[in-house]
Write a new protein. Structure first.
Length: 743
């Protein structure tokens, strides 16, 4: 009997050989194959007439092969085919099309899908490199005729060359669905009936059937956007199990014992004493939420979200002070050494004002071995109150005497579902506060961060003026340097950022904070779109080190110019940062090490060379280094030569808006969630049918329903349903997300 769990090789017509090919695509069971959804649909019920096509549109057409030739041009062989409908015809062309020779014969019916262009002569139409399918004719078997034509036809990504392409998948899926039809209970509902009813979703069986073979009359647009009830049902189910797992995890976590901190008058006085300014309403609210968490005995897991410059640091510092005043230690983890160093300097500055002498320790990778050892000993012996360092270092090698609170300054790097491997001498689970500058939507944040509560800083500190952002071509570099000089003359400071430390021999990308922001760098991307890349050859890159030498000798001679990058050792970095902070350096030449967190309010100019090389999130972060004081600030995006369309879009977005929320959305659209969050590295699950950006509304719904289900399982579902959900949950989490062990 066929069930969803049946191994694919036991399906009629699929033997061990095909099963092996499918296994490579992670298709092991009947269900896996059914969840391989079409990526688009063709309306072969009402095909478009050639006479109504217009140049510029993307369309699918059905026609008869009239003739085909392989043209041997000087550059490459081009396969050209004429497809006709009555008196109308269209030319289809494939470059390097030798592989198509002999595949088409006059009289065959073909479906083509691609962009329509006017042919060179001006009369008639053509399609360049369309996708194609040869449709069954009178001699093919009946099933082919049912599945391929006269319906809305699903088109699939191939599961193995031309053999396991759309046509094969249609038949296999159809056969499975037919076989399952006769057997009730083989397609059990994994969603409780109450949920289905409430959301008015179709049954699983109906959903699977309609998503593969949409009934006549289904709107094509809705299908393409995965917006039919059938799609929604399958997507919702996947998201429901994700959210259910997170909810269970969160509940389990709530049962752990943490530390119940006190915030009595003495603690509050200590908090007031160090405040350097009036906190904004948003800062007050966030700190209130954090303090409430800290008072509770359950361990805190909270995300503090706030755009660049919204003032997260002081909130974190106050939270750490609560822990310290309660006799615990606090740790602040930063993504880079420079940032750790800066946090250290500013914490020292702020805490100096207090009566009590707080003991602060900086711990970064480039300290020499003796100093590291001494620092670790102080932490272990409880001789320090506040430890500031880089993530890796604190997580891996440090044992605390009495750790009460960990603050993770992640900015826009994601550590989804973090497992903290912090070692402690005592048992109590420390509180954790994660800070991020990426203004991703709430549900998305909660999903990415799993079980965190959320506080948002949605208000800038007073007195900020908008940053003027301009794109400037390399040819006008002289004007840019003149402008920098003028700003320095007015008493301000400037950053100039380069994508690499050294060049061209080394051409070494910044290592301290290398983010795969620029898609073409990724090998997987390279494989996909080599052509566009070739159109935009890379210019030799200017580097921070070379330009430092040049600018201080020439364009910026007479100014105090400094250099900062990830390869300097910790002491050197600290010296440069300190001098820039004190205003002893006018212009800081740097790499993206300054991307996150660096805070020098007197800096008013951010010049980014090779701006096309940076990702949107990076650009936004870099721009966030200026506009931090009262004075008018500028961000100058310099580019040279041709740049790719996607880089154009990024730079355009930067000029258009300064709203981190809008930019994050745009970035998500441009890059897709996988790349945006760095799926693998971030531990973000790979979804089968859901797409976190497209399906945000369903995610929201899934979260609500999952929480409701956990809270009221007994009223909401029968015992049998509950058991089914529980075992499905275990499966889903183990198999799909690999997140089995709850933190
Ligand atoms: P981010 O959220 O990017 O980490 P910071 O915490 O570095 O932002 O704060 C940005 C700048 O704003 C800092 O110079 C900080 O001292 C200042 N700042 C923060 N909160 C306030 C406030 N309430 N009033 C005035 N200045 C503030
Ligand atoms: Mg910060």
């Amino acid at each position: 009997m066929l069930t969803l769990e049946t191994p694919i090789q036991f399906v009629k017509g699929i033997g061990p050989t095909i099963a092996k090919m499918l296994a490579e695509k992670e298709i092991l069971t009947v269900e896996d194959l059914l969840m391989h959804l079409p990526f688009r649909y063709e309306d072969r019920l009402n095909p478009r007439a050639l006479s109504e096509l217009k140049p510029g549109e993307t369309a699918s057409v059905i026609g008869e092969v009239r003739g085909a030739v392989l043209l041997r041009t000087k550059k490459m062989p081009i396969f050209e085919m004429t497809v006709g409908q009555g008196v109308q015809s269209l030319k289809a062309m494939w470059f390097h099309g030798k592989y198509l020779e002999g595949r088409f014969h006059a009289g065959q019916t073909v479906a083509l899908y691609g962009k329509v262009d006017a042919s060179r002569s001006g009369r008639g139409l053509k399609m360049i490199q369309p996708q194609f399918e040869i449709l069954p004719g009178g001699n093919d078997d009946a099933l082919d005729r049912v599945l391929e034509v006269g319906r809305i036809t699903p088109v699939y990504e191939s599961l193995g060359g031309s053999k396991l392409a759309s046509r094969w998948i249609r038949r296999a899926v159809w056969n499975i669905l037919e076989e399952l039809k006769g057997i009730p209970e083989t397609l059990p509902s994994f969603l409780p009936r109450s949920v289905l009813r409430r959301l008015d979703l179709p049954s699983r069986e109906q959903a699977l059937r309609e998503v593969h073979f949409p009934p006549a009359g289904t709107a094509l647009g809705q299908l393409q956007a995965a917006g039919t009830p059938a799609h929604k049902r399958l997507i919702f189910e996947e998201l429901f199990y994700l959210e259910l797992g997170l909810e269970v995890k969160r509940r389990k976590f709530q049962e752990k014992t943490g530390i119940a901190f006190e915030t009595d008058e003495k603690v509050r006085a200590a908090l007031r004493e160090i405040l350097p300014f009036h906190p904004t309403a948003a800062q007050k609210r966030a700190l209130g939420e954090i303090a409430a968490d800290m008072r509770r005995p359950a361990p805190m897991r909270r995300l503090l979200q706030g755009d660049v410059g919204s003032g997260k640091t002081i909130v974190a510092l106050e939270a750490m002070l609560i822990a310290i005043e309660n006799g615990h230690q606090a740790a602040l983890m930063a993504p880079t050494e420079i940032l750790a160093t800066q946090h250290y300097l500013s914490a020292k500055r702020v805490l100096e004002k207090a009566q009590h002498k707080y003991r602060i320790t900086l711990l970064t990778g480039s300290l020499d071995a003796d100093r590291k050892r001494a620092a670790r000993r102080r932490i272990y012996e409880g001789e320090t109150d506040l430890v500031i360092g880089t993530h890796a270092l604190i997580e891996e090698k440090v044992e605390f005497a009495k750790l009460g609170l960990v603050v993770v300054d992640e900015q826009h790097r994601f550590g989804v579902l973090q497992r903290f491997r912090l070692m402690k001498k005592d048992g109590g689970e420390p509180d954790v506060l994660v800070m991020t500058a990426t203004p991703i939507p709430r549900t998305l944040a909660l999903t990415l961060y799993g079980d965190l509560e959320l506080s948002v800083l949605d208000e800038s500190p007073p007195g900020r003026t908008p940053i003027v952002t301009r794109r400037v071509s390399d040819e006008r570099a002289d004007e840019v340097w003149d402008f920098v000089r003028k700003q320095v003359k007015k008493g301000h400071q400037a950053y100039v950022v380069y994508p690499v430390i050294e060049g061209p021999k080394g051409d070494q990308p910044e290592l301290d904070f290398a983010l795969p922001d620029e898609a073409p760098e990724e090998p997987s991307q390279k494989a996909k779109k080599p052509k566009t890349e070739a159109l935009f050859p890379k210019l030799p890159l200017k580097s921070a080190t070379d330009m430092y030498e040049r600018l201080r000798a020439q364009e910026l001679s007479g100014l105090r110019v400094g250099l900062l990058h990830g390869r300097l050792d910790a002491d050197e970095k600290e010296v440069v940062m300190r001098r820039f902070l004190r205003g002893e350096i006018d212009v800081l030449i740097a790499t993206t090490v300054i991307e996150v967190g660096v805070d020098v309010p007197n800096a008013t100019v951010m010049v980014i060379e090779h701006a096309e090389r940076f990702g949107l999130a990076q650009l936004h972060q870099l721009r966030g280094r200026v506009g931090r004081g009262g004075a008018k600030s500028y961000c100058i995006l310099m580019t040279g030569g041709k740049i790719s369309p996607s880089a154009e879009e990024r730079l355009g977005a930067m000029v258009e808006t300064q709203d981190g929320f809008v930019l994050a959305e745009r970035d998500l659209e441009l890059r897709g969630p996988g790349e945006f969050f760095g799926t693998r590295q971030a531990g973000l699950p790979d979804f089968r049918v859901a797409n976190l950006v497209r399906d945000r509304k369903l995610l929201e719904l899934a979260k609500v329903e999952a929480a409701r289900f956990v809270a009221k399982a007994k009223e909401e579902a029968t015992e049998e349903e509950r058991m089914r959900v529980a075992s499905r949950l275990k499966d889903a989490w183990q198999r799909r997300y690999g997140l089995a062990e709850a933190g």
